[in-house]
Design a protein around this ligand. Structure first.
Ligand code: SF4
Ligand code: SF4
Length: 171
């Protein structure tokens, strides 16, 4: 009796497999699809790699207040603060983050840093291709996290020089 039941179960399972063989395959065309995520699609609230945002003038929104680092349960955000000057302006406030690292070896993508930020400077993007054979590659620096300077931003030449390392003007 048990043997019959087992055979019946196998036949039932195989019938599902056999039926699916003749149905069209529905998959996301990753990684050969179009767009920045190569065919992968995300829900709007997907929490991927962080993005450090800029304002409409291209200045960094981060004012180096350290609230995100304080809120982070994994202690994976490292920030160094520096003062803006008239000649060297990076953000719209008194201070800016001269260094901003996130260690993705430890990040659990909880979003607490995003919620804690008073200037909406840090957000979750949709980047997800983090896999690497070298753990040190998972420490992302500010230059890797910064959003591109928006088209039409009016940075003066000195600001452009200050932003040069991560400069990537949008078309
Ligand atoms: S998502 Fe969570 S764990 Fe990751 S940096 Fe932000 S607060 Fe820390
Ligand atoms: S990202 Fe936001 S919370 Fe974190 S230091 Fe910058 S302004 Fe403060």
């Amino acid at each position: 009796m048990n043997a019959l039941r087992a055979i019946g179960g196998i036949l039932k399972g195989m019938s599902v497999t056999f039926r699916e063989m003749f149905r069209p395959t529905i998959v996301e065309n990753y990684p050969d699809g179009p767009g920045p995520y190569r065919g992968a699609r995300f829900e709007p609230r997907f929490r991927g790699l962080h993005v450090l945002q800029r304002d409409e003038n291209g200045l960094e929104k981060c004012v180096a207040c350290f609230l995100c680092a304080a809120a982070c349960p994994s202690n994976c955000i490292y920030i160094e603060a520096a003062e803006n000057t008239a000649e060297h302006r990076i953000s719209g406030a008194e201070r800016y983050a001269s260094a901003y690292n996130i260690d993705y070896n430890r990040c659990i993508f909880c979003g607490y840093c995003v919620e804690a930020c008073p200037t909406d400077a840090i957000t979750h993007g949709h980047g997800f291709e983090l896999a690497t054979f070298n753990a040190s590659n998972l420490v992302y620096r500010k230059e890797q996290l910064l959003a591109p300077v928006p088209a039409g931003a009016r940075l003066n030449p000195e600001q452009l020089r200050a932003h040069a390392p991560e400069m990537s003007l949008q078309a």
